[in-house]
Write a protein that binds this ligand. Structure first.
Ligand code: CP3
Length: 334
């Protein structure tokens, strides 16, 4: 059994497997080299050979326990024929959303448009570098995708005042998203993804009273779908205040925590396996601080099933040598 499965399925507390959010990315010189030659990010995600190669880059360098496929949560709106572009130093920029076009789309068109993503997963999961490791497939949660599709770029700190004005549109999109997210998950699993992570990066923008409608129920539907396919599912509802209620309602196999939440409280309140937490900025400091902060998380969760990870994606300015240092601390922890 893979180390991550031991934690997720057997609740093994004697090991701490590790992978890193955004582990395939801009902090690696070998990624930047490929990226320089491929200015169109979406096209790069749709190049199955390069996407597989980028996915494996961190596994060739470091002793990680999982590959996470080089793709993006915004491949879903792209597959639904909404325009998606990545502008340098700005982030994603989406085109107008046309409900008619999206409603008319069928499943074959969608799969055809993003098919190379599944082929890349297939290449990765059959590669010797993922032997006895997990291949993580992922999706954006319906709420976070809705935010991008309506807001058309990252919302940063708050939603527009009139965000909820067109509730007919919002409810239609959520229904459409559920259908295509299930299809996207199923295809990733059929091609070798053996863990699914659901990223709800903007869950923290909602008030408590809106969580059931936009976060709990839509995510629960996906979690149940993945569980029925016999694949473990990890949820990351970034920056929510009440992880305990989230876990009780949504019931994922594991919960990824962000770096603003007190890990001691999480360990006390939450029974399911936990993943992540370390502030990615810590990796920019000197080794002494990295060691202290890493050991802090390992100590807190020493009697709790725990997968080591960060509390959000690794920063582009991170020195890969520090990543190696972090991984060794986690591997050597007794
Ligand atoms: O983790 C991995 O290594 C796998 C690949 C992965 C990417 N994006 C590649 C990527 C994953 C899992 C994601 C998830 C994702 N994408 C999320 C959820 C996690 C989170 O960060 O909250 C979100 C919100 C997105 C949307 C997105 N994609 C944004 C906001 C940006 C721009 C900001 C940024 O970091 O540049 C992207 C671009 C993106 N996705 C890059 C990568 C490697 C950078 C593209 C580049 O090289 O310019």
């Amino acid at each position: 059994m893979t180390p991550i499965y031991k934690v997720l399925k057997n609740k093994d507390v004697s090991i701490n497997p590790i992978w890193i959010m955004r582990q395939a990315g801009r902090y690696l010189p070998e990624f930047r080299e490929i990226r320089k030659l491929n200015p169109d990010f979406i096209k790069l995600c749709l190049n199955e050979k390069l996407a597989a190669e980028i996915t494996l880059q961190p596994l060739k360098r470091f002793e990680l326990d999982a590959a996470i496929i080089f793709s993006d949560i915004l491949m879903l709106p792209y597959g639904l024929n909404q325009e998606v572009k990545f502008k340098k130093n700005f982030g994603p920029q989406l085109g107008n959303l046309n409900l008619d076009t999206i409603s008319k789309l069928d499943e074959i068109d969608f799969v055809k448009k993003i098919y190379p993503v599944y082929k890349a997963i297939n290449l990765v999961s059959n590669n010797k570098f993922t032997e006895n490791k997990n291949t993580i497939g992922f999706v954006g949660a319906p709420w976070t995708l809705l935010v991008y599709m309506l807001n058309k770029h990252s919302p940063k700190l708050k939603l527009k005042d009139n965000f909820f004005k067109d509730d007919f549109l919002i409810n239609r999109i959520l229904i459409i998203l559920e259908k295509y997210l299930k299809l996207h998950i199923k295809n990733q699993i059929d091609n070798g993804a053996n863990v699914i992570q659901i990223f709800d990066s903007w869950a923290g923008l909602l008030e408590e009273k809106d969580l059931p409608n936009y976060v709990y129920i839509p995510t629960l539907n996906l979690v149940e779908y993945v569980k029925n396919l016999n694949i473990p599912v990890i949820c990351f509802p970034r920056n929510i205040k009440n992880y305990k209620t989230y876990c009780e309602v949504v019931k994922p196999d594991a919960i990824n925590i962000d770096y603003n939440i007190d890990p001691i409280k999480i360990c006390r309140d939450i029974k399911i396996p936990v993943q992540g937490g370390l502030d990615p900025k810590i990796l920019l400091s000197d080794k002494e601080i990295i060691k202290r902060e890493t050991i802090k998380y390992l100590d807190i969760f020493k009697n709790h099933p725990y997968i080591f990870n960060l509390g959000h994606g690794i920063l582009p300015e991170t020195d890969p040598e520090k990543v190696n240092y972090l991984i060794n601390i986690v591997k050597d922890f007794k």
